[in-house]
Design a protein around this ligand. Structure first.
Ligand code: UDP
Length: 485
């Protein structure tokens, strides 16, 4: 029960899935809510807690004191058969391990219910994978919001695939590159089976399919969906999702833009492997729009032969670049050879700080939604290089609809790439040249900058994202008052 005097302060609990692509934007959201005077609590597990505590601690120096609490739940890794210390999706991408990771995540239900019972917040926003959270919240009469971590466009594509199964229209499994049309969408979008997880289109009843239908059920029963996007970016799909697919949804992004100080921007996710001042000094020495930034998000590891093709392409174009690689990646002396031309960051890059620097001219991205939106918010044209999850959908938005991207030519959805999936030097080189040189590149750059302006406007008072967040808070306050009377 709330105590007297606390009744007016809305309390929103945010429970993101334990993956950087979900935790990072959720912390940004927590800051957004807190800036509107909403008390927020972030739920996480012991080994993921530093992602939040460090950022909040550092953020304390800024002029906006956050109203954010952290609640830590024990993660039952061993009970689910996971090695001790495996608490984040990035350690669980191997075959079989992912299912155990989902199993462990499902075991958090009891702790969540105890917490909700004790604190009785006004709203629970839980990651889509916590499919049971809608029920848990409803036990205590608490509205549950779903966070998918992607855009309206991809939510619509996912739903159209589920409802119409258009991949059944291609002639045979032997010809997986045949395209099919996604029916009913505002644009003519074609895809291939290869761009989808085989678990989706195969006739087998897979865990993936079971999980996906549970995600949908719990979404349909929830209070609505919170989307990290802005209306002007994808108006047709924001409308389609709400009107044609009948969902309640609020867009409040790009949430990354709420990080204003360099300190906040450099503190997102893990600790940076490069000193932010060193990184900025390097960028300051470069001309505007001259450097390509290459990063594949928080989970992807390129195989050695793929790394080799990227190395050769970068060398051949002579383009200046920043490339984020894994600590263990062997670049065979390339770093020394490219000194001055390129900056290799081993581990974690202060991505937002880099993307927003005027020296960056293009972004080679795996099309994770956070990276994609961060690129859009920084006004950058992109080379799209999707690999799995909904990255192939996001690529379509960037290349076919927004027309600010060039596909590198990735064809196959896979979490474990093999030698046949390697994108060759020529294709990479061609995409790098096309994104940086010529009149079409210039046009693309102008269009990208227009989206950047729209993104900033959306967050300003009266802007579309600002207003949607106001509407959501207003609605939650209304419910809260009703529940307490
Ligand atoms: N990121 C970062 N530095 C890195 C790699 C990733 O700051 O070296 C951040 C990036 O800015 C984004 C998030 O990690 O906010 C990755 O999310 P995304 O949805 O792009 O991809 P995922 O990691 O979920 O595949």
């Amino acid at each position: 029960m709330k105590m007297d005097g606390e009744t007016e302060q809305l309390h929103v609990v945010l429970f993101p899935f334990m993956a950087h692509g979900h935790m990072i934007p959720t912390l940004d959201m927590a800051r957004l809510f807190a800036a509107r005077g909403v008390k927020t609590t972030l739920i996480t597990t012991p080994l993921n807690a530093p992602t939040f505590t460090t950022a909040i601690q550092k953020g304390k120096n800024t002029s906006r004191p956050p109203l954010i609490n952290i609640q830590v739940f024990r993660f039952p890794a061993q009970e689910a058969g996971l090695p001790q210390g495996c608490e984040n999706l990035e350690q669980a991408l191997g075959p079989g391990v992912m299912d155990q990771f989902f199993k462990a995540s499902a075991m958090l239900k009891e702790q969540l219910e105890q917490f909700l019972d004790k604190t009785r917040p006004d709203c629970l926003m839980a990651g889509m994978i916590f499919t049971w959270a809608t029920d848990s919240a409803s036990k205590f009469n608490i509205p549950r919001l779903v966070f998918h971590g992607t855009c309206y466009f991809s939510l619509c594509v996912g739903e159209i695939l589920r409802l119409h199964q258009p991949y059944k229209n291609v002639s045979s499994d032997q010809e997986p590159v045949n395209t099919f049309l996604l029916p009913s969408l505002p644009h003519q979008i074609h895809m291939t089976r290869l761009q989808l997880s085989e678990e989706l289109w195969s006739n087998k009843e897979t865990d993936y399919k079971k999980r996906s239908s549970k995600v949908k059920e719990s979404e349909l029963e929830s209070f609505g969906v919170i989307v990290n996007s802005f209306y002007e970016l994808e108006p047709d799909y924001a409308d389609f999702f709400k009107k044609d697919l009948g969902r309640r949804a609020w867009h409040i992004g790009p949430v990354s833009l709420y990080n204003r100080s360099n300190q906040e921007k450099a503190q997102r996710g893990k600790t940076s492997s490069i000193d932010q001042h060193e990184c900025l000094k390097w960028l300051n020495s470069k001309k505007p729009d001259s450097v390509i930034y290459i990063c594949f998000g928080s989970t992807i590891h390129l195989i050695p032969s793929q790394i080799h093709q990227v190395l050769m392409a970068l060398e051949a174009t002579g383009q200046e670049f920043i490339w984020v690689v894994r600590n263990e990646d062997d670049l065979g002396g390339f770093e020394q050879k490219m000194t001055g031309k390129g900056l290799i960051i081993r581990g974690w890059a202060p991505q937002m700080l880099i993307l927003e620097h005027e020296a960056i001219g293009a972004f080679v991205t795996h099309c994770g939604w956070n990276s994609t939106l961060e690129g859009i918010a920084a006004g950058l044209p992109m080379v799209t290089w999707p690999m799995f999850a909904e990255q192939f959908y996001n690529e379509k938005l960037v290349t076919d609809i927004l027309k600010i991207g060039i596909p590198v030519g990735a064809k196959k959805w896979t979490t474990v790439p093999s030698i046949e999936d390697v994108i060759k030097q020529n294709a990479i080189e061609k995409a790098l040249r096309e994104i940086m040189e010529g009149d079409a590149a210039e046009e693309r750059r102008c269009r990208s900058k227009e989206f950047k302006n729209m993104a900033w406007k959306a967050l300003e008072e009266g802007g579309s994202s600002y207003s949607d967040l106001s509407a959501l808070i207003h609605e939650l306050r209304g419910l809260s008052t009703k529940n307490h009377n």
